[in-house]
Design a binder for this molecule. Structure first.
Ligand code: NAD
Ligand code: DAU
Length: 354
């Protein structure tokens, strides 16, 4: 494969994937297609924007004609599909946008790939459609030692996870119906640089810096399995090149944290790096109304990926969180640019009645 279309490459995970592919594969042409919604930010890709093997195209995956045109223009032979609406709280307020982008947008991309690849003499030979999904499609676990495996039944609870589940089904249907060489991966919560400050970790780092309340949903008891974003990008690289067609791989950190315990680590780390006395920001913790349909616990069993392809998370959480907090504190201009404009309105809408 030479011409790789990466969708959603200006977002959080996508920007790490684009950077990795542009830097590691000078022989590939990387085409980054992104609509630049509120979550897309070309500042995330400053270091590689002038590289000869990189092209950015602003566009919407729902625009089927544009998708077909891109396959023709760049002779695409591999797709890594990350473009999506990704924030659960937004999906609760506006589910239609999630169905449109995550379901219809994925279908538009699949159909364009199918028509263009089937029209070639070699058809699907040497082609690959890799869809990035989430562990949220599996629903929620109890507070016990069970883990989501690749065989766990889908049971999504939020409009976000329902839309991702639907898109996963379309991807697998394109393999089963048309023989498209697809792969799906389901990953746990990512953290690291360039994440939009609506998600827990960057939101709380930024709020501590501004001495704003830290809105903890419910009792703060929900559990998430956290993975450093560059470890996810490394897994994507490995699976794109060596994963088996039609397979599903779970990707996770084997790193479960109760929200309130994680929040205390964040507070401690930010206070230390800002030179504050320990405990300075503890008073910012504010318990607020729980998220509707809030999934209790996510935890991923990624043994299949380890056994087949040798992938494991490389960073210990303590190291990852230190790197992450440091990055946000050192890149305040990035954060300030993002939080100017519409951000205050978003924040007020999301938190005013909680
Ligand atoms: P993000 O919200 O940071 O970025 C999404 C990107 O997609 C943005 O650049 C946005 O502009 C773009 N986009 C949105 N709608 C588009 C459209 N209609 N056409 C073209 N581009 C569009 O998301 P993220 O956190 O980087 O997540 C990337 C992918 O990984 C998503 O598919 C998400 O479901 C999945 N995922 C995320 C996590 C996580 O913890 N963040 C974990 C597992 C899986
Ligand atoms: O599990 C993978 C998923 O992780 C991805 O598919 C999603 O795209 C990504 O957004 C993330 O979903 P979560 O809902 O788990 O992430 P979020 O950062 O929104 O919330 C993490 C936990 O923190 C969750 O239990 C809700 C809680 N929370 C979140 C926010 C924003 C709070 O207590 N307060 C908050 O203000």
């Amino acid at each position: 494969m030479k011409n790789i279309l990466i969708t959603g490459g200006a977002g959080f995970i996508g920007s790490h994937v684009v950077r990795r592919f542009v830097e590691n594969y000078p022989d590939y042409r990387i085409i980054n297609l992104d609509k630049l919604t509120y979550a897309g930010n070309l500042a995330n890709l400053k270091e590689i924007e002038d590289r000869p093997n990189y092209t950015f195209v602003k566009g919407d995956i729902c625009d089927f004609e544009l998708m077909c045109e891109l396959f023709d223009r760049y002779d695409i032979d591999g797709v890594i599909h990350l473009a999506a609406e990704s924030h659960v709280d937004r999906s609760i307020k506006d589910p239609f946008t999630f169905a449109r982008t995550n379901v219809l947008g994925t279908l538009s991309l699949l159909q364009a790939a199918r028509l263009k690849w089937e029209a070639k003499p070699e058809k699907y030979e040497g082609k690959r459609f890799y869809h990035i999904s989430t562990d949220e499609v599996y629903g929620a676990l109890e507070f016990d030692s069970t883990l989501f495996t690749e065989d766990t039944k889908y049971d999504p609870h939020s409009p976000y996870s329902a839309s991702k589940a639907s898109s996963d089904h379309f991807v697998r249907a394109f393999h089963d119906t048309y023989g498209m060489p697809t792969i799906v991966t389901n990953c746990s919560n990512n953290y690291g640089p360039y994440q939009f400050p609506e998600k827990l970790i960057p939101l709380f780092i930024n709020n501590i810096r501004h001495r704003r309340p830290l809105p903890v949903y419910g009792k703060g008891e929900n559990v998430r399995d956290w993975l450093y974003v560059e470890d996810h990008a490394r897994a994507i690289d490995l699976i794109f090149h060596r994963g088996r067609v039609a397979e599903t791989y779970n990707i996770g950190g084997f790193n479960e944290w109760r929200n309130i315990d994680l929040i205390k680590v964040i507070i401690k780390t930010v206070d230390r790096l800002l030179g504050n006395a320990e405990g300075t920001s503890d008073d910012l913790i504010t318990y607020v109304t729980d998220r509707a349909g809030h999934d209790l616990r996510y935890a991923i069993d990624s043994r299949k990926l380890k056994e087949e392809l040798g992938w494991e998370p490389s960073l210990q959480f303590e190291e990852g969180i230190e790197k992450t907090v440091r990055w946000y504190l050192d890149n305040q201009e990035w954060m300030d640019n993002i939080t100017s404009g519409e951000y205050e309105k978003y924040y007020e809408d999301m938190y005013k009645n909680r």
